[in-house]
Design a protein around this ligand. Structure first.
Ligand code: FES
Ligand code: FES
Length: 227
């Protein structure tokens, strides 16, 4: 397209030069008279047009191929809360971003966004992980559980959620989803933890309200509910 436009814009001269006549024949262009167009400018036009045609076509084909690969790579099938979710994911996208912004699973929070606070905690194969520090492409074969997936099929709260409520664990509640997920991972691997076990399991979840003891009470209550 671009090459054609360039050729069209150049009013080719009926030049006296055999070389120029030859080139216009090769390019399939009907020459018109333009006395102001010098031989030098005409040759430049032909060269630019040829280069544009070659590079333009190459660029177009290359970008088409790249886009095709990108589309194939970006469409991921994720196992989230027991369901298969198809989602368009860019290569540099974090799991927290995908879950919150692409799948509307906004229970997890993003606070530090660099693996320090635990507000974004989810389970991968029943192990607590910071979703802000994982690229979604790297976990496509794992079972992802968010806080939205903890309720039972009939709508009952999980033991951890119930235990936290009974012990009035949260204050502002911002860190609560992360605390719940870490406690859930603990109770999956160890349904009868000591208070020290619970403290260690929740050590990666910061609470700016300082409600740590209340959360530990909640974990111990949840353990009782499970037994
Ligand atoms: S937001 Fe992920 S650890 Fe803080
Ligand atoms: S309850 Fe407010 S940050 Fe933990």
């Amino acid at each position: 397209m671009r090459a054609g436009r360039l050729l069209f814009e150049v009013e080719l001269p009926l030049s006296q030069s055999p070389l120029i006549r030859k080139k216009t024949e090769i390019m399939g262009v009907s020459p018109t008279v333009n006395p102001k167009l010098s031989r030098r400018r005409f040759i430049k036009g032909v060269i630019y047009s040829s280069a544009a045609a070659a590079s333009g076509a190459g660029y177009y084909l290359a970008s088409a191929q790249t886009n095709s690969n990108a589309v194939m790579e970006r469409l991921l099938s994720l196992n989230i809360n027991g369901q298969t979710r198809l989602v368009d994911v860019s290569p540099s996208e974090t799991l927290a971003f995908t879950l919150r912004n692409k799948l509307a699973l906004t229970g997890l929070k993003v606070a530090c966004n660099r693996g320090e606070c635990g507000a974004c905690t989810v389970l991968l194969d029943d192990v607590a992980n910071y979703s802000c520090s994982l690229l979604t492409h790297t976990i496509k074969d794992r079972a992802i559980t968010t806080i939205e997936g903890l309720r039972t099929a009939d709508g009952q709260l999980s033991a951890v959620q119930q235990g936290f409520i009974e012990e009035l664990a949260p204050q502002c509640g911002f860190c609560t989803p992360g605390q719940v997920m870490s406690a859930t991972a603990l109770l999956i691997s160890n349904p009868n933890p000591t208070r020290e076990d619970a403290r260690q399991a929740l050590a990666g979840n910061l609470c700016r309200c300082g409600a740590y003891d209340h959360y530990l009470n909640g974990v111990m209550r949840a353990s009782e509910l499970l037994s």
